[in-house]
Design a protein around this ligand. Structure first.
Ligand code: BGC
Length: 743
């Protein structure tokens, strides 16, 4: 067997040999889409097409080759995975590996080479339409989860395509918005998870984002793709553009953008197709620049065993296998977050309930088929109502009332991708606007105006219908042993392509909830949604359970938690502000604008902002309750050679049932020389404990965990001095404190 180094040398030699054999036309064919989700192949030399597919919640249905229309197959339903926001709420790195593994296996099982996932953009504003696809507001948590996730995917000889690089923080004007970001913020908040994905996760591919950063589109951004990704981080994988993310041929040709993908079927007109060929022929772009892209793509193919000596041993994957569903159920169980639980309102005792009333449209709603590119054709999806009924069986009467009105037509989400390609007419508009940035902007703006007008019109209709539905719900609630409200959002409200316009629960749910709490104080309030909502009635509520889009087993996990068969252990991976006006982005007005936004808050995003301003959120970062209690004790800190800090402490389950607790470690620099957030998450550990048991936890914080990015020196540095180490059950509920000194 050859050693790794020799293997690499041999592979690179083989790649060079192949490059020498390729004609310019063949090279060009390889570096742009030859179909909506596939690159060009060179059959003559046995070089296959790279077959990609969305997305983060499962492998998307097959599309027609040259039309943005589902192929209508009967064999492309798949396992529906919990969203990345659900996964992040588990704070469980093993589950992150498992979810990656399931996604990779299903992608390979469906014959894919690259799965366009995971989405790891930092959540900067709760209204971002794609937040449900992303993990968290914290770079350390995102980094810790993306590494095992990517490894899990790639165990299957499938590439993860980590997206969207970088700082894709809003959907408004998503293909044109220019984000002004200072260096330090970029390096400390928006890049770390990508860096971890590349360096520790060894991601084979990265997707360039649509937005611009400091004036340059990410997909042709030399600084980002060459300077940071390749030179600083040593990435030698492939960069794939977001679909339509490339705007200028010369710029994309002369930086590390390896494969251009787009939503239009005029493949030869892609920037890296004929326009590039012309530039090469005129001597304005070198053949070497084209070779560099081909080299990265061939390396990807080698790694995936699509070509080369290991071709016959490539894994086959599998989709819809029972083992995947088990892992998905486990993740769903650990993802749900008990936000509030007073008077032991939860769990409910199933034996005592003869008549259960379930109120709310989300009880009977499935979500897998929406959201934009994250939509999938699920093999099945168990909604909360089905989960409750399946759990209780036939001896309990379960009465369901819709509670609030969800307009029928709103349910078909307007998908920017779908509407951009399905008609000849659109194709013409597409061609026209693609040569003109202002035109593209105009088209999107028009679409957004139409969408908003429709939403406005529907409000009156909702109000009118709700009168009757509310009355029905209140009547039903009065006559029940227990009442469960299942509300929240759906993928019409939060979707790729646009941002939410406010943080309120849609369809007047707040009014219904307040009425319900008046007649039934003990109403169990539960929600399915992908990003924070205001909960103005939260003080009156006894129990609040939050579930992100948690996959095909949502309903089962939901019922198990409601009836106490599973003890909830999810914790918020993002702050739930009390009201939208409390968000820094609401204050600085730098979110959801067209044209240009400045990330003026700098590092003060998420809990870093609420901490600094002493603004109490509704539920803070890291918060999540359990049916049992945990006690923290005995923090010891030992600085090793003045560099690493070794931490130990104990967590005890002091309640009556088994449970799991995520202990979070934050650092708070004392007398820092640079401006530093009050506290920053640096480590966490999820401990599973039977009732009465104690576990001693050991963790090591490395010197780099104490560092900040110095813009002048252009590197991370850790100042010597004292740091407070905070160990807590959330970012506000700090249980243990100690001081560590770095020399
Ligand atoms: C989305 C990507 C997605 C791609 C392909 C784009 O519009 O931003 O996340 O992977 O389309 O569907």
């Amino acid at each position: 067997m050859l050693k790794k180094n020799d293997q690499t040398k041999k592979r690179e030699k083989e790649i060079e040999k192949l490059i020498k054999k390729l004609t310019l036309d063949e090279k060009i064919a390889m570096i742009h889409g030859a179909s909506l989700f596939r690159s060009g192949a060179v059959e003559r030399l046995g070089i296959p097409a790279i077959v990609t597919s969305d997305g983060p919640m499962g492998v998307r249905a097959e599309f027609m080759d040259d039309r943005w229309i589902p192929a209508g197959n009967q064999d492309d339903m798949v396992s529906y995975l919990p969203s990345n926001s659900a996964l992040a709420s588990t704070w469980n790195t093993e589950l992150a590996r498992d979810m990656g593994y399931v996604l990779g296996a299903e992608a390979r099982g469906r014959g894919k080479d690259v799965i366009l996932a995971p989405g790891i953009n930092i959540k900067r504003d709760p209204l971002c339409g794609r937040n449900f696809e992303y993990m968290t507001e914290d770079p350390r948590l995102a980094a810790s989860l993306v590494v095992p996730f990517v490894k899990g995917v790639q165990e299957n000889d499938v590439a993860a395509c980590v997206k969207h690089f970088a700082a894709n923080v809003q959907e408004t004007d998503r293909t044109m918005v220019d984000e002004e970001i200072d260096e330090r913020t970029l390096y400390e908040l928006y890049l770390p998870a990508f860096k971890a994905a590349v360096q520790e996760g060894e991601a084979y591919s990265i997707m360039g984002a649509y937005n611009k950063i400091n004036g340059f589109h990410c997909c042709e951004n030399k600084r980002l793709l060459d300077g940071i990704l390749r030179e600083e981080w040593g990435f030698d994988g492939a960069v794939i553009s977001d679909w339509g993310g490339v705007h200028k041929t010369k710029e994309a040709a002369s930086c590390s953008m390896d494969l251009e993908m787009l939503v239009y079927p005029d493949f030869d007109e892609y920037k890296l197709a004929n326009p590039l060929k012309e530039l090469v022929q005129r001597g304005e772009v070198s053949v070497e620049a084209v070779d560099a892209k081909v080299r990265n793509l061939l390396r990807l193919m080698y790694r995936l065993k699509m070509i080369g000596p290991k071709k016959d041993s490539r894994k086959a994957g599998a989709y819809n296998v029972p083992a995947h569903r088990e892992m998905i159920l486990k993740t769903a169980q650990e993802s749900m977050i008990l936000l509030k639980n007073e008077k032991h309102a939860l769990p409910l005792d199933a034996k005592k309930i003869k008549k259960l009333v379930v109120i709310g449209a989300n009880a009977a709603k499935v979500h897998s088929d929406g959201g934009g590119s994250a939509e999938i054709k699920a093999l099945y999806e168990i909604c909360p109502l089905a989960g409750l009924k399946m759990y209780l069986g036939g001896n309990t009467a379960v009465k369901y009332v819709e509670g609030y009105y969800v307009p029928e037509e709103l349910k078909t989400a307007e998908n920017w991708q779908a509407t951009s390609l399905d008609e000849e007419e659109n194709l013409e508009i597409g061609q026209a606007i693609r040569t003109d940035e202002a035109g593209e902007n105009e088209l999107h703006r028009r679409g957004e105006e139409e969408r908003l007008a429709k939403v406005e019109k529907e409000k009156a209709e909702i109000h009118q219908k709700n009168e009757k539905l509310f009355a029905q719900a209140i009547e039903a609630a009065k006559d029940a042993d227990a009442v469960i409200f299942v509300g929240g959002m759906n993928h019409v409200v939060e979707c790729e392509g646009y941002d939410r316009s406010d943080m309120k629960l849609p369809y007047e749910q707040d009014i219904l909830i307040e009425e319900l709490l008046k007649v039934r104080k003990d109403t169990i309030l539960t929600f399915v949604g992908g990003s924070p909502v205001e909960m103005p009635w939260r003080d009156q509520a006894q129990a609040i359970l939050w579930s992100y889009y948690a996959g095909m087993e949502t309903g089962n996990a939901f019922a198990q938690i409601i009836f106490g068969e599973v003890n909830p252990s999810g914790k918020l991976a993002e702050t739930f502000p009390a009201k939208y006006e409390d968000c820094v982005t609401a204050k600085n007005g730098q979110f959801g604008k067209w044209g240009k936004i400045t990330l003026a808050e700098g590092l003060y995003c998420g809990y870093r902002y609420y901490d600094r301003q002493r603004i109490a959120p509704a539920f803070c970062f890291g918060h999540g309750l359990s049916y049992t209690n945990f006690e923290y004790s005995g923090l010891t800190l030992k600085a090793e050679k003045g560099k690493n800090v070794k931490l130990t402490f104990s967590v005890k389950n002091t309640g009556k049932c088994a449970g799991a607790e995520t202990a979070q470690v934050y650092i708070a620099p004392i007398a820092a020389q640079a401006d530093r957030p009050d506290k920053e998450l640096k480590a966490f550990v999820k401990v599973k404990l039977d009732a009465g048991r104690t576990k001693k936890v050991s963790l090591t914080l490395k010197q780099e965990d104490f560092a900040y990015f110095d813009e002048h020196l252009h590197k991370f540095i850790a100042d010597a001095g004292d740091y407070e180490i905070l160990v807590g059950a959330s970012c506000e509920d700090i249980r243990l404190r100690g001081i560590a000194t770095l020399s």
